[in-house]
Design a protein around this ligand. Sequence first.
Ligand SMILES: NC(=O)c1ccc[n+]([C@@H]2O[C@H](COP(=O)([O-])OP(=O)(O)OC[C@H]3O[C@@H](n4cnc5c(N)ncnc54)[C@H](O)[C@@H]3O)[C@@H](O)[C@H]2O)c1
Length: 354
Amino acid sequence: MSKSKIRVALAGVGNCASALIQGVEYYRRAEREEEAIGLRRLYLGGYHPKDIEFVCAFDVAAGKVGVDLSEAIFAPPNDTVKLVEVPKTGVKVLRGPLLDGVSEPLKNVIEVDESEEVDVAAALKESGAEMLLNILPSGAAEASKRYAEESLKAGCAFVNVTPTILASDPSWIRRFKEGGLPLVGDDLTDQVGATIIHKTLLEMLSERGVRISETYQLDVGGGTESLNTLERARDLKRSIKTSSVGSVLPYRAEVVAGSTDYVDFLGNRRDSYFWLRGLYFGGVPMRLDIKLSTVDGPNAGSILLDVIRAVRVALSKGEAGHVLAISAYAFKRPVKILPPDEADKLFEAFVGCG
Ligand SMILES: NC(=O)c1ccc[n+]([C@@H]2O[C@H](COP(=O)([O-])OP(=O)(O)OC[C@H]3O[C@@H](n4cnc5c(N)ncnc54)[C@H](O)[C@@H]3O)[C@@H](O)[C@H]2O)c1
C-alpha cells in the first residue's frame, strides 16, 4: 500500500472523537519531533498525523447527525476542551443504528435524531474508509457488535476503543482473520491515565524490593461517559483495569482498580486517586497517596493517533485477526497483557518507528 492518506471512519462523535479530530488539526503544521509537544512521536511508520483523513462518521444524537464533522465535535453534550478551530471537512455525520447506544440515564441528556438509520456497510464502502474506530459509549455492547459486523461486511479494519469485549473475543478474532482484516482492542489505554501510572508505580516499587500488600486506584469524573460507566460498565471496567494493573506484580497482592463515581460538575475532567501500602528495608511499612487530575478526551488523542497509523501499517503488511503488537501497546485488554516496556518494544518493532 502506498503512503496515501489514511482513511478513517468513526462510530460515535463524542468527546474522544472530538479530541482526536482536533488533534490532527493541532499537529498539522508540526514538522520536527521537538515541536510535537504532547505526542510520543510525530512520525510513526512514516506517517504524520496530517496523513489521517476522517472520511465517514456515524452518531445518533440530534445536533450531531446531518452536521459537518467539524461542527458535530463541538455539539452538546460534548464538553471536552477546545484545542483548535477545525475547518469544514465536507463529511456530514450519518444516522447510525441506535440499539443500546443511549442508556436510560442519558435519555435526559441526548435527544435521538429522528431520521432513518443509514446502511452502515454501504456508507463505509462509498467513503473508501479503510478502518472503523468504535468510540461508542461504555456499555453499548449491542451497538458495538453491530458496527463490528458492518465493518467486516465493508472490508474495514476494526478498532474497539470501548470496554465491550470484542477484539479479545475468540469468535470475533476468527471472523476478522477469515475476512483478512486487522482487529485491535479492547478498551484504549490513556496517555497519562490512571492504569498506566498505577502499573508503572507498582512495577518500579516492586523492582526496588518493596513488597506491596494492598493497593487501590479509584476515580471520579463527570459528563456522559462517566454516567454511562457508572450505570452500565462499572463492573466490566473494574475487572479490566484490575487485571491489567495486577499483571505487573510478580507476587499476589490485594489490588482494586476501577471507576467509582459520577460528579456532574467535573464534566470531561477526571480525578484519580492512588493508594498503596507495603514494606521496604527491614520490613519497615510505607504508604503512598497520590491524586492525578486530567481531562478524558485529550488523554485518548495521542494513543489513538498511534493506533490509526499502526493499523495502516498492519493493513499494508496484510495482517488479519487480533494484532497483539498494537493491542498490547494501546489497550487495557489485549488477548495477552504484556509488561509496558515489552509492549512498547513489540509495538516499535512492528511499526518501524519514525
Ligand atoms: N480517554 C478516553 O476518553 C477514553 C479512554 C479509554 C476508552 N474510552 C472509551 O471511548 C468511548 C467513548 O468515550 P467518550 O468520552 O467519547 O464518550 P461520549 O459519551 O462523549 O461519546 C459517545 C458518542 O457515541 C454516540 N452514540 C451513542 N450511541 C450511538 C450509536 N448507536 N451509533 C453511533 N453513535 C452513537 C453518542 O451520541 C456520543 O456522541 C467509551 O466507550 C470509553 O470507555 C475513552
